[in-house]
Design a protein around this ligand. Structure first.
Ligand code: FAD
Length: 270
């Protein structure tokens, strides 16, 4: 149950229009605060945009749409195309600043190969992975991206450096994890665990496991090897002002439920 209206309405600047920023804006506005939301891109949703591209994940886009309608009804000003830096925060007259700037995919360099794309850039159509793809990273994002690429008729190999794909996660239930694990080989995706990319040669991308060296011709390598929190705004400003808070993946890489919980808890207290 939402806490009742705040005794003192405050001016709140929220940076990041992903799920954490949108939920914080919704709750804070409903509690009577004057909220403004800033997003660098031309749309709301953050990582949920890429997450909802596969047809089996379309509910992510429905969620973004729902938040858009809620914020519109609550008359929350949404500033798209608005990259916020430290100076913009210093110059704002906000009483409270919420940093919900999400995360950045961890990059991988492969000597001799430059067609390396993040899963997000491929899912959103910003990059074309070609017909023959190696997906690096057997977590949820890598597995779902591999499946989505395979469903388009591409030749897909999924590699994971640990000895299993989809290790225990708080995002997927046990049964969904097991179903996804079975589905990948059934759909014709080659799954290689205990395997890492070494470099590329004229013959293809060279990968190593304890037992063998694999050389796989590929149009691209699509990476899903983790995320780093975008927390520099908070880290650089927290000594200047006490009314600045970090939430969602910017605080700790997690999932949708945790981002919503973070935002709800925080916006209920201010
Ligand atoms: C492909 C993919 C699939 C996923 N699937 C699932 C799933 O099935 N279930 C699940 O629970 N989780 C899933 N996740 C994880 C989930 O999407 C994230 O945990 C969640 O969206 C994090 O929300 P957030 O608002 O904290 O960050 P983000 O979604 O990263 O949003 C941050 C926003 O801040 C903006 N921003 C950053 N810096 C600035 C700045 N300086 N100025 C203005 N704007 C800025 C960014 O443009 C972005 O829109 C998936 C993630 C990916 C990438």
């Amino acid at each position: 149950m939402l806490k009742k209206n705040s005794a003192v309405p405050r001016q709140i600047m929220i940076i990041g229009g992903g799920i954490a920023g949108m939920e914080a804006a919704r709750v804070a506005a409903r509690r009577g605060h004057k909220v403004e939301l800033y997003e660098q891109k031309d749309h709301l949703g953050g990582n949920l945009v890429a997450a909802g591209v596969p047809d089996f994940k379309r509910e992510c886009h429905a969620l973004i749409h729902w938040y858009g309608s809620e914020l519109h009804e609550l008359n929350v000003p949404i500033h798209l195309h608005s990259w916020i830096d430290e100076e913009a925060i210093r110059q704002s007259d906000a009483d409270i600043v919420l940093i919900a700037t999400g995360s950045t995919p961890v990059k991988q360099a492969i000597s001799g190969f430059n067609k390396i794309f993040s899963a997000e850039s491929v899912l959103t159509g910003a990059k074309n992975p070609g017909k023959s793809v190696i997906v690096a990273g057997g977590g949820l994002v890598g597995c779902e991206t591999a499946l989505w690429l395979r469903n388009q008729g591409k030749q897909v190999m999924l590699i994971e450096k640990e000895n299993e794909i989809l290790p225990v996660s708080h995002t997927l239930s046990y049964s969904s994890t097991e179903t996804l694990k079975q589905l990948l080989p059934e759909k014709g995706i080659t799954v290689k665990t205990n395997t890492v990319i070494s470099h590329a040669s004229a013959a293809g991308v060279v990968m190593q496991s304890a037992e063998q060296i694999i050389v796989q011709p590929a149009d691209s390598v699509v990476t899903a090897i983790g995320y780093q929190s975008n927390n520099s705004l908070y880290e650089n400003l927290k000594s200047e002002r006490s009314d600045i808070y970090l939430l969602g993946d910017a605080r700790q890489i997690n999932n949708v439920i945790q981002a919503v919980r973070d935002a709800y808890d925080l916006a209920s207290q201010i």
